[in-house]
Design a protein. Sequence first.
Length: 591
Amino acid sequence: MKIRKIFVVLMLGAMSLQAQAQTDKIDFLPAGHCMMRTAATGRYLMIPVQESAQVSNVRVVVDNRLEENIDIRLAADRVDHYVPLDLSRFDGQPVLLDIRVPAGGDARKLVCWESMKYADTVSIPDEQFRPEYHHAPAWGWMNDPNGMFYKDGVWHLCYQWNPYGSQWGNLAWGHSTSTDLVNWKDEGRALAPDALGLIFSGSSVVDKDNTAGFGKDAVVAFYTTADKSQTQSMAYSTDGGLTFKKYEGNPVIVADVPDFRDPHVFRHEPTDKWIMILAAGQEMRIYSSADLKAWTYESSFGREYGAHGGVWECPDLFELPVEGTDEKKWVLLCNINPGGPFGGSATQYFTGSFDGHKFTCDTEPGVTKWMDYGKDHYATVTFDNAPDNRRVAIAWMNNWQYAPLTPTMEFKSANSIARDLFLFRDGGNDYLGSKPSKEIEAARGKTAVSETFTLGEKTVDRLFDAPRGAYEINMDIDVADGSTVSLTLANGRGERVVVVYDDATRTLTFDRRFSGDKSFSESFPAVTTAPVYGRLSSLRIFVDNCSVELFADNGRSVMTNLVFPSEPYNSLSMKSDKKTEVKKMEVFGLK
C-alpha cells in the first residue's frame, strides 16, 4: 500500500471543497488588520497559501481565548495550494480569526478571502516528488525526526512540523505510526506550541517502572520550548502515545546559553538512572534523573573533539556490540550544521565508553567520523524501546543549504528509510554502520531484473519497469584488483546519477550534478565520496521519487542524496576497466 494513501482517517476521502453555506463575516480594520468570523460549515477551513507571499499572522480565538497563533503566507495575488485549519476541535463554537498582514499591506486586496472554502475531508496532495515508501508529512514543512519510540507492536515517529505551510515556522510535533517501518499512518499533531514557545526537537521514552508517577508504561516526551530562550520541557501520555499532556512543572531544565536544545533521554540500568544528553552550542551536556522530573548536571563532552564548523544539534547516546568481538562500545551521535564533509548539514559520531556520568571518546580529538557520506542525511536519532535490542535510526533527508528551496510545493522533505545500526572494526578502529532495516524487504513487489553478468571492456545496459520510480537494486560483485567500476541510473531525458567504485583508492563516489532539477540552489549539484573498508563486494541502492540511498557492503559505507528527475530513472548501465563479475543483480519494485 502506498504511503500517501494510508494517513489518518481524516485524510482518506478525496478533498471536497464546499461552497460556504453562509457568508463568513470579515471586518477590515486599519493598518492591515482584519477579523474573520467563520461560518464553520465543515470540519476544515481550507486556507489559501501563496509560497512567495509575505507572512501574515493569524490568531485563532474561541470564546475570547487565544487557541493558536499562526504565521502563514496568505495568498496575495494567486493561490498555490491550501492548508487545512481543523475546526472540529472547537466543538461547534464560533471561531474568530484575528488577522494581521505585513506592515504596509492592504488586507482588502488579498485574493485569499474569495478563495477560502470548507472541506469535510482532506486528501494528501499527490505531487511528482512525493515518495512512495519513505515517510513524509501529509502536507506542510518537516525537518528533524523527534520523539521516536516502539510500544505494543507500533513504531511511533514524531517530527518537526509546520502544518500551515511548506516553509519553517509554527513548529510543532507531527506524529505518525507504523507497524512495519514502511507504511505510515498520520496521527495529526502530538505537541503544539504554547506560552513557552515553539516545539523544537526531543525524544520519548517508555517509563516501564512508573518512575515519573504518570503510570506504568507511560510514554514521557522531552522537547525544547523555544522563545526568547531555549528551555527543556516534558509531556506524558497514558494512552500509548496517541495523546500527550504537558507537565505542569515545565520547563524542567534551563541554562544560560542561547543554543540549548534537542534532549535525548534513555535508561541507564547500571546506575538505575535516566540519562539526558542535549546540545549546548559546541558541546553536548549530560544530565541524570531518578524520576524524569528533577535533573542533575553530570558532565560535558565535545569542545576539543570532532568537527566544529557549525552548531551541534540532535544528539543520541547508546551502546552497541562490536561485530566479531566480545566487546561493546558506546556511540554518541552528533548532528552538525553547517560543517558537513560536502557542505551544510551532516551526522558525525564518536565511539567510546560511558559510566552513567561521563562519555569518554576512544579516538584522538582531531578525528572526525561521518555516519553518511551523502549531502542529505541529518538529525539522525534512534527509537526508544525497540524490540530485540535493535538500534533503529531514521534521519531527515535534506540539507539546510537548500531545504526550503527544494522543488515541492504542498509538502517539504522526507525521512530516510529505517536503518539498523551496528559497529564494526577495521584497521584497529571502530566504525558505525547502518543497514536497511529488515522490514523494507516486505515492501518488495515483482522483480524487474534478475541476472548475472561479467563486465569488461563493454558496457552492460539494462532497462527495467520502475513503477513511479520506486525500486531497490541489490547486487553482489566480484571486483577485479585495481579496477574502476561505474553504475549509471538514467532516464530518457539524459538525467542521471553515476556511482563509481575505485579499487585503487577504496572509495565510492556519487555524482548527482546531472540528476534532474538543480536550478533551485547552487549548493545542490555535488559529487560526494565515501571510504570503503576493504574491497567492495555488494551494493544495495534504494531509489524513490526524490531520493537515492546507497548501502555498500551491507551498510559499512552509506550515501544518501536527494534527486529531482523530470521522469523516473528507468535504465541502468554498468562498466568496468577490468574484468568484474556481477554474481547477482536483482531489481525489485517497491510499494
